[in-house]
Write a protein that binds this ligand. Structure first.
Ligand code: NAP
Length: 243
């Protein structure tokens, strides 16, 4: 099935974890669809390369070097957006990390804390800081990027699975609170996608057998568009695109 094309002209979209993988592809696809981007991640050089890609796609981006564990930096980012744009049209909560795969009883406190900070607590800080800006937009859209690991049982993925399950619960509550607003808040399961994270988790897998980040990016554009009809849903990029 061909993904519908979406016009994001004039919309301001923030993508976290945009230095590579899914976040990078979503940011470039959103720019190609006309959006102005704010891109975040820890690696400045990689953000500059993505900025180059966005310019080549005819768009523009503002780079923000942000570690999701630097919680005080998050309201500062929101304040900067408020003073410059007074609103945010789209938020893609994509930044995520996978700690060492190990039995729950062997997880170190450091690995537990890092997974929770990046995959859950930092996401809550972002929601808390950005919610007023999304509400100030005519059609605010948020996508929380989760994983199939959040449901069912996946041995050795405990801290990641627990954080993503928490993120989904947080997203459902946030969506429920926002039913009577212009916001559309959804949770996206990208499905296995050929990225650095996937390769580290499945080193024996041939990435050519997986969808690329560019293949799945159109599903994100659907949820960012002003005619998005989904709200409070857990969506599969593969199902949305028949991949
Ligand atoms: P990836 O290639 O490893 O990219 C992860 C991104 O998150 C990078 O841009 C990275 O940027 C950023 N990030 C990691 N730790 C960070 C931190 N402490 N602070 C700020 N940014 C941080 O992974 P991906 O596969 O594209 O994953 C993107 C999202 O999809 C994640 O939420 C992941 O859980 C989810 N997901 C992926 C798959 C898959 O098969 N690939 C499946 C299900 C769900 P820096 O390192 O520059 O900070």
């Amino acid at each position: 099935m061909t993904a519908p094309s979406h016009d994001l002209s004039g919309r301001l979209v923030l993508v976290t974890g945009a230095t590579r993988g899914i976040g990078r592809a979503v940011a470039v696809a959103a720019a190609r669809a006309g959006a102005e981007l704010i891109i975040t991640g820890r690696t400045l050089g990689a953000l500059e390369e993505v900025d180059d890609d966005i310019r080549a796609a005819g768009g523009s981006a503002t780079i923000v070097q942000l570690d999701m564990t630097d919680f005080p930096a998050i309201p500062r980012l929101a304040a900067a957006i408020a003073s410059r744009w007074e609103r945010l049209d789209g938020f893609v909560a994509n930044a995520g990390m996978l700690t060492a795969l190990t039995p729950v009883s062997h997880v170190t406190p450091e690995n537990w804390d890092e997974s929770m900070a990046v995959n859950l607590t930092g996401q809550w800080h972002m929601i808390r800081a950005l919610d007023p800006l999304l509400r100030a937009a005519p059609a605010g859209r948020a996508i929380l990027v989760s994983s199939g690991a959040a449901v069912g049982s996946r041995p050795f993925w405990g801290p990641y699975a627990a954080a993503k399950a928490g993120l989904e619960a947080l997203g459902r509550s946030w969506a429920g609170e926002s039913e009577h607003t212009n916001l559309r808040i959804n949770i996206m399961n990208p499905g296995g996608t050929a990225t650095k994270m996937r390769a580290s988790a499945f080193p024996g897998e041939n990435p050519a057998t997986l969808p690329t980040p560019e293949d799945i990016a159109p599903a994100f554009l659907t949820l960012l568009s002003d005619d998005c009809q989904h709200h409070g849903e857990l969506l599969s990029a593969r199902e949305m695109l028949d991949l």
